[in-house]
Design a protein around this ligand. Sequence first.
Ligand code: PLP
Length: 400
Amino acid sequence: MDGDTGSGEDFGMDVSQLRQMTPGCLRRIHFNNAGASLPTTQTLTKVVDYLQREAEIGGYEAAREANDEIEATYSSIARLINAAPDEIALMESSTRAWDSIFYSIPFQPGERILTGRSEYASNYIAMLQLQRRCGIDIDVIEDDTNGQIDLDQLSRSMSDDVRLVALTQCPTNNGLINPAVEVGQIVKPYRAWYLLDACQAVGQLKVDVKETGCDFLTATGRKFLRAPRGTGFLYVRRELITQIEPSQMDMRAAFWTAMNEYQIRDDARRFETWETSHALRLGLKSAVDQLLALGVEPVSRRIQQLAERLRLQLQSIEHIRLQDKGIQQSGIVTFSSDRFGTCKLESTLMAAGINISVSPLKMARLDMEPRGLIAVIRASVHIYNTEEEIDQFCQALISI
Ligand SMILES: Cc1ncc(COP(=O)(O)O)c(C=O)c1O
């Protein structure tokens, strides 16, 4: 499946070289980058070498030896999102990051959460739990006619009883890019905090916490960042760190200062736990550093260009219905078929050596239920994908 990289622009990147550095793309057409993208050999080697070192000299000893590099993970992530290293907590997943800040917010009965139709299942389940437990209200802001969060309705809904605005920037089941910066501008004059789920945005879009104006941001490593599974991070705006006591604490989050005393640390690491995989953190750092070296801008443009080409070709296949919403769209392309169910589409594509994923109703009920969608096919591209692979993908759909 390697070879021709097609006729599209590479935005200064050597796509053949990117593919050589990505062993996974030699075997299959990987259009499941929103599930988990393919790591480079460099990232893989970093993880494996560290595990090897743990086995050779001991886990604690290996951590001490690699301390400076492990520490530098915070700086790499901070650089990527225009934050400071002390505003970053490293996590095992985006959900773990989201939950650790969400469950720490001291909600009072009667306070409101505003969210959008794109909210991810796990986030909304947590909101429902706190609604039952603490008596808070959840208001779901409708989409506008373009399918993104309705900014006018959001403005009208803001008031001082809103404690949190929670937005998913790139939904799990859709190519939509929500206007995260505009939401930040609306929230700013109020006492509400702004929690941005950038899980599927980081790595494929420029994400700048200052520009966005978010108070908290969560992301995962395995998606567009190309880091190993089991990695993620949380950003907490510095001014808020010491105002928010973590809902759970261990000796990483706080220091046991006297027999019956403890002191919570004053950086974002108060949301972390002590035990973690250092190997995976180094893998995350490696992936982020490679992205920074390539440049977020060209990466973003190449992903967008491939996705546009895919959408264009899918539109010309008679039985295919694109399901993406919004004015701006990401590298995630979703569709259904008038003729075949998602199971048939999935098995056909799998048989053709193409990885995609299915987004079922239960992942994004606020969006899919009103639209009468039970499931959609999600094909998501990355820089190492090629125009030729898109042609093959569409050919597989035409020849069902
Ligand atoms: C929008 C969005 N938020 C959060 C998550 C959860 O990420 P994780 O599995 O790393 O917890 C996902 C995963 O698909 C997602 O699509």
